[in-house]
Design a protein around this ligand. Structure first.
Ligand code: ADP
Ligand code: MG
Length: 240
């Protein structure tokens, strides 16, 4: 579903991604981890074209993201993305947050968009909050709304960039629970996270990055029992 092939990117002289290659098969969950500044956010943003690359090829659902002729807004509508800071529209109610892009981007009727949006809101356990504004919700609730909003677009894959790292500890569990459910339902997911409990539970593979390189891309079992690189061993020792 997601194919990243020999991707490199520079900011001026600084190489932020160096010859990165990995794939996410349909229904698979790949967790991306590594030290701060290693290029995780940049890599995941290249998948939906939020970051351009100077070398290499990226495909999502066989569409070439890295082709200048590709209609990126149309492609992005098929790829759900959830960020660290929720990024809900602050001036819109939860219900309006859930429906806006369905109507504007997918051309759904208001009625259909509301029905779908509320179905996903129910799924993340927040149906009763539909009339509230984001500022009236906790961080964990806002992130669950952001996930529901992405799902309402019927994405072929979901990208998560540290979705729990801005949350108070007591709210991390409720967001991870939604993500575990998604993974178990067969959603194709690429997840930047340091939540190794989540990774152990649902990841198929772990990608470990360091200094812009994919240092390891291994099955979960191998990563946790016997990481190949010294850097990954050090990293695991620090966070577990
Ligand atoms: P991570 O998500 O692993 O913490 P990032 O992908 O955010 O890493 O950043 C990787 C490196 O690229 C960091 O050293 C960061 O400072 C640098 N970087 C990120 N965005 C820019 C930018 N717009 N211009 C210059 N350097 C950047
Ligand atoms: Mg990051």
């Amino acid at each position: 579903m997601i194919e990243i092939d020999k991707v490199s990117k520079w900011y001026g002289d600084f190489q932020v991604l160096a010859d990165c290659s990995t794939q996410v098969a349909r229904g698979d969950v790949v967790v991306v981890c590594g030290p701060s500044g290693s290029g995780k956010s940049t890599l995941i943003k290249t998948v939906n074209g939020l970051e351009s690359v100077q070398q290499g090829v990226i495909r999502v659902d066989r569409v070439l993201v890295t082709d200048r002729k590709t209609d990126l807004p149309k492609l992005r509508a098929k790829i759900g993305m959830v960020f660290q800071n929720f990024e809900l529209f602050p001036h819109l109610s939860v219900r309006e947050n859930l429906t806006l892009a369905q109507v504007k981007v997918l051309g759904r009727s208001k009625g259909e968009a509301i029905a779908r949006g509320l179905a996903y809101l129910d799924r993340v356990g927040l149906l009763a909050q539909q009339d509230k504004f984001p500022s009236q919700l906790s961080g964990g609730q806002q992130q669950r709304v952001a996930i529901a909003r992405a799902l309402a677009m019927d994405p072929v894959a979901m990208l998560f960039d540290e979705p729990t790292s801005a949350l108070d500890p007591e709210m991390i569990g409720e967001v991870l629970e939604v993500m575990v459910g998604l993974a178990q339902d067969g959603m194709t997911m690429m997840v930047v996270t340091h939540e190794m409990g989540f990774a152990r539970k649902v990841a198929d593979r772990i990608v470990f990055m360091d200094h812009g390189r994919i240092v390891e891309d291994t099955l979960k079992e191998q990563f946790f029992s016997a990481p190949r690189s010294e850097r990954a061993r050090e990293f695991l020792a620090k966070i577990i």
